[in-house]
Write a protein that binds this ligand. Sequence first.
Ligand code: GMT
Length: 374
Amino acid sequence: MKIAIVCYPTFGGSGVVATELGIALSHQGHEIHFITYKQPVRLDVLGDNLYFHEVHVPDYPLFHYQPYELALSSKLVDTVKTYGIELLHVHYAIPHAYAAYMSKQILKDEGIETPIVTTLHGTDVTLVGNHPFYKPAVTFSINHSDCVTSVSESLKQDTLKLFDVTQDIDVIPNFVDFSKHQFHSQDCQRSAIAKPNEKIITHISNFRKVKRIDDVIEVFYRVQKEVNVILLMVGDGPERLAAIETCQELGIENRVKFLGKSNQVYAILCYSDIFLLPSASESFGLAALEAMMMRTAVISTNVGGLSEVNFEGESGYLFELGDVEGMANRSIQLLKDEKVLEKIKDNAHEIAKKFDIDTIVSQYLTVYKKALYS
Ligand code: GMT
């Protein structure tokens, strides 16, 4: 198949999922064309059947806002015609599904049929998409996609609740690639980051409000009073500076390392003991699944799709939003009990295997065939 994949090229989960999916499809012989405004961060190799097309929006002083959707629609039309693309797979409804619909109509005018598969990732539905300014356009784009997928059952239910959706939604969970990042204990360079007797808690996110960075710091503050532990903060975003200041105020700045955006998340997770994700909203929580693959116990909230990934008492523990006391106490208990911690880490790794890329890619191929042939 010749497939165009539209995504955000950043470190966010939706971009990671789109990129890894495209790479896996290309390994199976499909021709994949990534279309976005920058080369996706996880796309480090371009091969015979792996292409990247940059969407460029020329600056014009008249425009207060540059018309990205327009440039994207035109790029889609152009790429479909040049390469004979059979299907568009857009990740994140805003504005990708909308731009794809426009390009589909333009191509239809020229007698070219191009089905659209839209994958909903979370904030495109629960936060941004639900805003009255966007809602009609998002509803329209979802209903005019040929197939729609969501990354969790919880997100599907939210979508059905929040929008007047007439389309079926197939749930296809996010995935990890065990063959690429298989855990080898001997590869974990734990000593590079922590002293031999120090435990490691890790948080990875885009440091937006929804990630509850304050709760990460508060939980860690309580834990470090009881256990010899450091906190690794990976990623960057609006809440990062305030978090650094809070750590200084609490006098824990030498126990918290802000590592910034990183391509080394698997290496970091590999030597982590606990992954902390106290989010206010999470359609899936890809970072939690990545942590589990790397044999890290997960302490998270129970919001959104997190309970479809992190299994209570097995891969980790789930708490009500804002229950920093519960999260801290459970972390202390785990970090003090090596036997239980090791068991949870093993379980986490086993559970993550259910989300291996091979199973998930075939689910997407089924949806592609449905979009193309029905
Ligand atoms: O978490 C974010 O804010 C980034 C966002 C994205 O678009 O990358 O993540 C969303 O999509 C991920 C991949 O499907 C999910 O794992 C995240 O749970 C989801 N984030 C939210 O729902 C807040």
